[in-house]
Design a protein around this ligand. Structure first.
Ligand SMILES: NC(=O)c1ccc[n+]([C@@H]2O[C@H](COP(=O)([O-])OP(=O)(O)OC[C@H]3O[C@@H](n4cnc5c(N)ncnc54)[C@H](OP(=O)(O)O)[C@@H]3O)[C@@H](O)[C@H]2O)c1
Length: 232
């Protein structure tokens, strides 16, 4: 099956989840450690997805595991972004209720525009500081409608969600995810690892748009068949 592009007419930003999973359905060897089992080819695939996004989103536990995020480094991808009238780097957003991060982490030194989406309480420590260019607060809990409305108002058209499972589960449960790009990696991590399914809602139906095997990895592209009205 060959690659397909998938664009749907929505009056909100289009949302693509990009994850590497092991052949036994795990996304890392432990919930607190970085996942480093993808090949260089998978890393290039991930960078391509990041380069196509206006906003990149990841969960707080993912930032705590990596202390960094993937910026666009390939000059060709940066040139393509400029040709599309986009800035060289997409906005990089972290989602957290508590927003407890160490400002010494490399993430805060990366030359990228950073955003924080958090609760009213979580925002307090970061207001008026240089670490985040933008902060979206969603009240006492994380809520997606105001976030997508704000992105829409800023001209964000494409969002790439880089994990982890808690964040992806929350977005899927609300019907905000349009596509999944999963890289199936040739590895078993077993029962002590972090399963992708742990935080996912049941019954989300997918349609396979493309499937490409390169060496021992399989690059899967799915469309989510819409059923939940929250994000419709
Ligand atoms: N294989 C891959 O492609 C891949 C990609 C990314 C991450 N990972 C792995 O995934 C693991 C982390 O994933 P995870 O599922 O444990 O965590 P996660 O989704 O990265 O982050 C969860 C945290 O994000 C905040 N959060 C996200 N959505 C929320 C919501 N709807 N409501 C409230 N808070 C929300 C909360 O932060 P606070 O606790 O701060 O309030 C929550 O504890 C790491 O081991 C990482 O290496 C793998």
């Amino acid at each position: 099956m060959t690659e397909d592009s998938f664009v749907e007419n929505l009056d909100r930003p289009h949302c693509t989840v990009v994850l590497a999973i092991t052949a036994d359905g795990n996304i890392s060897d432990r919930p607190t450690t970085a996942a480093r089992f993808g090949s260089p080819r998978d890393l290039a695939h991930l960078e391509t997805q990041v380069a196509q996004a206006d906003a990149v989103l990841f969960g707080a536990a993912t930032l705590r595991a990596y202390h960094t995020t993937l910026s666009v480094r390939d000059p060709h991808l940066i040139a393509q972004r400029r040709q599309r009238g986009r800035p060289p780097q997409p906005q990089q957003w972290v989602c957290s209720r508590r927003a407890q991060f160490d400002p010494q982490w490399r993430f805060f030194q990366q030359p990228i525009p950073r955003g924080l989406m958090t609760t009213d309480q979580g925002a307090i420590a970061w207001q008026g500081r240089r670490e985040f260019e933008q902060i979206i607060t969603t009240g006492a809990a994380i809520a997606w409608p105001p976030v997508f409305r704000q992105w829409q108002a800023q001209g964000v058209e494409r969002v790439a969600v880089l994990g982890g499972g808690v964040l992806v589960g929350s977005l899927l449960a609300g019907g905000w995810v349009d596509e999944l790009r999963l890289t199936l990696c040739p590895l078993l991590l077993g029962a002590t690892a972090a399963p992708m399914a742990a935080a996912l809602p049941a019954g989300v139906k997918l349609e396979l748009l493309s499937c490409e095997a390169i060496a021992s990895e399989v690059f899967l592209h799915y469309r989510v068949i819409r059923s939940d009205p929250e994000a419709a």
